[in-house]
Design a protein around this ligand. Structure first.
Ligand SMILES: [Zn+2]
Length: 233
């Protein structure tokens, strides 16, 4: 194999390796995400807390309502019982009575929305819980599948990398160093062929002098596009 052929073959292997590394990382990422279960669990928890808070608030309003109702009744007994005849005292009780009735009305109005909020949160929690159970079941299978994929991709990658490194060891050090540098800087394309006098990397026709120089060289020569050129050979 000529240096040119070795480099082209190495590049093809390296491109495949890069794709496989990407596949491996994708599987790894999906495994790490756990199918979005952690977010869903957290959301479920938050909804549960919201439901409890709404229930606590409803209970608080209800007990306040009962207390105010009792107070209003008590004030009414005093107002209309006939025991108090002092005008100033009666006026004071009347003021207290209307204030208590206003509070009672306010509290009564707040109970229904609090109940609605609790019910809304309860329904939401129920929906999320079902959703979570379903997704957990699906994830069980997917998790096994992904772990198998990860193992397979990892082994295949390592095997390929060994072959790649063995191939690379047969290439002169200078050529390999230049290849590696170009492969990195040119996004995975270090060497390109020249076909019918045209660089296959940038589609530019080479001047005759360059073509002659390329044919006489035993390795690649640089093209103005930044990649290294190889003859068809
Ligand atoms: Zn070029």
């Amino acid at each position: 194999m000529t240096i040119a052929q070795s480099l082209l073959s190495l590049q093809s292997t390296d491109q495949t390796l890069a794709l496989r590394r990407r596949d491996f990382r994708e599987v790894e990422r999906e495994l790490k995400s756990e199918g979005g279960l952690p977010e869903l669990r957290e959301n479920c928890e938050k909804t549960k807390v919201r439901e409890l808070e709404s229930k606590v608030e409803t209970a608080r309003l209800e007990s306040e309502f009962a207390m105010l109702k009792e107070k209003v009744a008590e004030l009414e007994t005093r107002l209309y019982g006939g025991a108090i005849t002092n005008v100033r005292e009666l006026t004071a009780i009347e003021t207290e009575h209307s204030a208590a009735r206003r509070s009672l009305a306010q509290v009564e109005e707040s109970i229904a929305p609090a109940e609605v909020a609790a019910e809304h949160a309860r329904q939401q929690f129920e929906g999320l819980t079902n959703d979570l159970a379903e997704k957990e079941k699906l994830w069980q299978n997917r998790n096994v599948e992904l772990r198998q994929d990860l193992y397979r991709l990892g082994s295949e990658y390592n095997e390929m990398l060994e072959v790649r490194n063995a191939d690379a060891s047969g290439i002169p050090e200078d050529d390999l160093a230049r290849y590696t540098r170009l492969f990195r800087s040119n996004r995975g394309v270090a060497v390109v062929r020249v076909e019918r006098g045209v660089c296959q990397g940038c589609a530019v026709r080479l001047p005759v002098g360059e073509l002659t120089r390329l044919r006489n060289a035993d390795g690649p020569i640089p093209c103005s596009c930044g990649r290294a050129l190889l003859t068809e050979g």
